[in-house]
Design a protein around this ligand. Structure first.
Ligand code: HEC
Length: 150
């Protein structure tokens, strides 16, 4: 229990760092999601992401509980998860570089991430299509909220 609390604290820390950093960069990346091929994104999502994040973006069961190696299961990308809390650049980097590398670049070094890197497997355009597809599944309200996260 103590170990879990410690883990939870460090995870909360990780997401706070990410939110702070992405707020600080203030990049306006949401336009990257405009005019995307959503159907292509949906297909790529099923081929590359659904095995972990779920066919219906529902994530893995008990995704808030840590695995034995200290990593977290794949979270949902639907509205029940925290994907929409993150700005578009961060989601892009997490997908392209993988969780470990994306976090390392913002100074988080001692965290094991189960999110693989798709650099070399998917092109940047592919990744934008997938992220646009994920966004398209959110309600207008959540999309509007997400638009403020950059
Ligand atoms: C092998 C399983 C696996 C596959 C395949 C996978 N992911 Fe992940 N993903 C994870 C895990 C586990 C996490 C939790 C990451 C962590 O703790 O760092 C995650 C986290 C993420 C995050 C950050 C968390 C969030 O909700 O914002 C994004 C974005 C993401 N994945 C996108 C994708 C996309 C897009 C694909 C397909 C191109 C994909 N993932 C494929 C396992 C996977």
């Amino acid at each position: 229990m103590q170990k879990l609390t410690k883990h939870l604290k460090s995870m909360t820390h990780v997401w706070i760092i990410l939110l702070t950093i992405t707020t600080a960069t203030q990049s306006n990346a949401h336009h990257e999601l405009e005019g995307r091929d959503i159907e292509h994104g949906a297909q790529l999502y099923q081929d590359h992401c659904a095995s972990c994040h779920g066919v219906n973006l529902e994530g893995q069961p008990n995704w808030r509980d840590f695995n034995e190696d200290g990593s977290l299961p794949a979270p949902p990308h639907d509205e029940t998860g925290h994907t929409w809390h993150h700005d578009t650049n961060m989601l892009f980097e997490y997908t392209k570089l993988g969780g470990q590398e994306a976090l390392r670049r913002v100074g988080v070094k001692n965290y094991t991430s189960g999110m693989p890197a798709f650099d070399g497997i998917l092109t940047d355009q592919d990744i934008w299509d997938i992220l646009a597809y994920i966004r398209s599944t959110w309600s207008q309200e959540i999309q509007d909220l997400h638009a403020t996260r950059h």
